[in-house]
Design a binder for this molecule. Structure first.
Ligand SMILES: Cc1cc2nc3c(=O)[nH]c(=O)nc-3n(C[C@H](O)[C@H](O)[C@H](O)COP(=O)(O)OP(=O)(O)OC[C@H]3O[C@@H](n4cnc5c(N)ncnc54)[C@H](O)[C@@H]3O)c2cc1C
Length: 331
């Protein structure tokens, strides 16, 4: 059973990063009865799997042979159903400060700056906050967007999306679904995306729910549209919003100022995922103990250990070891 949060706390355990390590840590801490909040800079959970390779199959996640990366994440998110865990997306963690026995994490989120107070923090930041890559189209106007806005805000608007990465495919589908008039263009004929997204794109293009212009040569892009050629024929595509989507680049700098004794891109961790700071734990790609084994399976194991140590840190009455889930009821 989860105990109510003390009034001065936003979460018992605050997890930075909703990649596989952060999601699995959330499962364990919440299953132990703690209130968990997971922050991620991106608009969706999944870390590298959903940002960088949702279109690929993963062969080495135990028990999930040849699983599409997006399915691995969907399963980890589903495992949080009914547990006291919430995801706060589009939220970048920037500062860490001690507050007596607790921790304060300063963030920048959809509603501006906010401070979260938590009994323990698990840093599962992977390679870093996955931020949209800059537009690489020469002469692009600086007001052209490189991130995906809230689809609901663009219902009924003309949206031009430039890009062939999975993020562009997904954004085109989501925006069309939300009622935007979408044109998707890329310099190559093919698009990347999960098998389901590519099927949906083919169907949407075929039925005219969105316009696909590819391969196309982009001549000029402004915030109000683009000039391009398709099969050598010039086309002007006017738009209310133009998105150039090139995928993501990881950025660890927002957390590298935290006094954790960083060794390059890694945080040294001891038994139980402990760091130099009592009550701050680490798991996944960012944990030094992984010794360059940047693998989902390694991060999941580190997350299970760190989350249970964090649970015991916040609630010393809870034993560190969780016992077997097969012998307990979930709710
Ligand atoms: C192309 C590719 C293929 C791969 N294939 C495989 C494979 O087949 N098998 C395998 O086991 N592994 C594979 N990997 C590696 C695997 O994806 C990683 O080991 C795994 O994603 C690490 O999980 P994580 O949760 O530690 O970090 P990540 O997946 O990197 O997630 C970290 C999350 O933290 C967020 N974050 C970081 N900093 C902040 C901040 N300051 N504020 C808010 N949010 C923040 C990021 O936005 C991100 O969502 C592959 C990696 C790549 C790039």
């Amino acid at each position: 059973m989860n105990a109510p949060l003390p009034p001065d706390r936003d979460a018992d355990v605050l997890i930075v990063g909703a990649g596989p390590a952060g999601l699995h840590a959330a499962f364990y801490a919440a299953w132990r009865g703690l209130n968990v909040t997971v922050l991620d800079a991106r608009h969706e959970p999944g870390g590298q799997l959903t940002a960088l390779y949702p279109d690929r199959r993963v062969y080495d996640v135990p028990g999930l042979p040849a699983a599409p990366a997006a399915d691995v994440i969907a399963g980890l998110v589903r495992q949080l159903d009914g547990l006291p865990a919430q995801l706060h997306l589009n939220t970048l963690a920037r500062t860490l400060e001690a507050d007596g026995e607790e921790w304060r994490v300063g963030t920048l989120g959809p509603h501006g700056p906010r401070t979260y107070r938590a009994g323990a923090v698990i840093l599962a930041a992977g390679l870093g906050a996955l931020r949209p890559r800059e537009a690489r189209v020469p002469g692009t106007h600086p007001d052209v967007r490189t991130d995906v806005p809230d689809p609901a805000a663009l219902a009924g608007r003309r949206v031009l999306i430039v890009g062939g990465v999975p993020q562009a495919t997904r954004a085109a589908l989501e925006l069309a679904q939300a009622g935007a008039q979408v044109t998707l263009t890329h310099r190559r004929a093919g698009f990347r995306g999960s098998p389901a997204d590519l099927d949906a794109l083919a169907e949407a293009g075929h039925t005219g729910r969105l316009d696909v212009l590819a391969p196309a040569v982009l001549l000029n892009v402004t915030p109000t549209g683009a000039a391009l050629t398709v099969d050598g024929q010039p086309r002007d595509v006017p738009a209310d919003t133009v998105l150039i989507l090139n995928g993501y680049l990881p950025d660890l700098t927002p957390v590298q100022g935290w006094p954790l004794g960083w060794q390059g891109e890694y945080v040294p961790d001891g038994v139980g995922g402990r760091t130099a700071l009592s009550g701050v734990f680490v798991a996944g790609d960012v944990a030094a103990s992984g010794q360059d084994f940047k693998l989902i399976s390694v991060g999941l194991a580190q997350a299970a250990v760190a989350a249970n140590h964090a649970a015991h840190h916040v609630r010393p009455d809870l034993r560190v070891r969780p016992g077997h889930s097969s012998e307990k009821r979930l709710s």
